[in-house]
Design a binder for this molecule. Structure first.
Ligand SMILES: Cc1cc2nc3c(=O)[nH]c(=O)nc-3n(C[C@H](O)[C@H](O)[C@H](O)COP(=O)(O)OP(=O)(O)OC[C@H]3O[C@@H](n4cnc5c(N)ncnc54)[C@H](O)[C@@H]3O)c2cc1C
Length: 349
């Protein structure tokens, strides 16, 4: 069986992985010059289903809680399992209480317990929430690592591919083009996310820290070597253009509120990605015109792509007349947990 996947973001690469380990011949056509040409490049890389529950349905927890294990199995050494710390400025502790009421599987921390976790935050916050089961990874390392692994497994990549990349000879076509499918995948919209990368030797954090704020909730994800990803705005827009001055100011203000030493940090990078999102902000796959469309990962690409990819692979296998053409590799990622994705013909309409 031969499968063509369009798009080498986190969706395309995880689907390719789940197919390749079954021994299926996979080709990926990516319009950019390298993998991760879209939103995946700008992600925070948080695998934080319990925190996300604050604004997402329980489904996200159920489908996302196996993500860290999946990434660990696919790319050993990439996942950092140190939990998530959530804090709020003293004047906004109501935000912390509200966040706690909407989430679960955390511990309340006082200032001394916060200090034990993150000594650089000593004396800065009176209360916090610790989601100890959460994890994170560096999305760019994960994307390039997955690309390397897939290439080693025999997956063929075509970079700079045109939209009319030839489809002859493929048994299945899987569209994983993210926000580029807006307008062709019914109901799909963009949610712009702006981010920046700061560098300072004066702050050390061991885990993602979320700073609750009534207007702009912020998170900071340590990337190592004194670098920190600061994100992210949520704007209903398909605009991929550079970060706005206002968003830049707000993200910098929030970083400064977390720790004043960020005021002296260097701004290494600013960027913006468009999160592909369906009306319910949940991902799905559907089939139309013989194309399997995998999309809608919203703000949960690294969190939910593994589960979604497993279901897409199962769907392709169960809808194939031909069998895999190569023996399956012995690699077996974590068993699929609590699957829920279906092939709802037109469910996104
Ligand atoms: C600022 C920000 C922070 C985020 N933080 C997190 C986080 O912490 N945790 C998390 O889980 N998620 C996070 N997300 C969400 C996550 O990044 C997205 O859900 C995810 O990247 C979507 O992946 P995708 O593969 O569907 O799309 P994309 O990553 O956009 O990939 C689509 C790919 O298709 C290619 N393409 C487009 N058109 C064509 C074509 N015609 N032919 C071939 N290729 C084509 C593009 O070049 C691109 O490489 C964040 C997103 C943003 C913007």
């Amino acid at each position: 069986m031969r499968v063509l996947i369009r798009g080498a973001g986190v969706a395309g690469l995880t689907v390719a992985h789940e197919l390749a380990i079954l021994g299926i011949d996979v080709t990926i056509a990516e319009s950019a010059a390298q993998p991760g040409g879209g939103a995946s490049w700008f992600a925070g890389g948080m695998l934080a289903p319990w925190c996300e529950r604050e604004s997402a349905p329980e489904t996200v927890v159920r489908l996302g809680q196996g993500a860290a294990d999946w990434w660990d199995a696919a790319l050993p050494g990439h996942v950092v399992r140190r939990g998530t710390l959530v804090v709020s400025p003293p004047r906004d502790t109501a935000e912390l209480t509200r966040f706690a009421a909407r989430t679960s599987t955390f511990d309340w921390l006082d200032s001394e317990e916060i200090e034990l976790l993150e000594s650089d935050l000593t004396g800065r916050f009176r209360k916090g929430l610790f989601f100890r089961n959460e994890a994170h990874l560096d999305p760019r390392r994960a994307i390039t690592g997955l690309y390397g692994r897939l290439a080693a497994m025999g997956v063929i990549f075509h970079f700079g591919a045109a939209p009319d990349f030839p489809v002859d000879g493929f048994d299945h076509i899987v569209d994983c083009t993210g926000a580029s499918a807006i307008g062709t995948s019914a109901g799909l919209r963009g949610v712009r996310g702006e981010m920046l990368v700061l560098e300072t030797p004066d702050v050390t954090l061991s885990r993602p820290v979320r700073l609750l704020h009534p207007r702009i909730p912020l998170y900071i994800v340590p990337r190592g070597d004194g670098r920190f990803m600061v994100g992210a705005t949520m704007i209903e827009s398909n605009d991929r253009g550079p970060i706005s001055a206002r968003s830049l100011m707000e993200l910098l203000n929030a970083a400064y509120a977390l720790h004043p030493a960020f005021g002296e940090a260097r701004v290494i990078e600013t960027g913006a990605g468009v999160r592909p999102s369906y009306p319910d902000n949940l991902p799905r796959f559907s089939t139309d015109d013989g194309i399997i469309r995998v999309n809608g990962l919203y703000r949960h690409g690294f969190l939910l792509a593994p589960s979604l990819a497993q279901d897409v692979a199962a769907h392709i296998l169960s809808n194939s007349k031909t069998n895999a053409t190569r023996p399956a590799t012995p690699f077996d990622p974590v068993p699929a947990v609590n699957r829920r994705y279906e092939d709802p013909m037109g469910a996104s309409r």
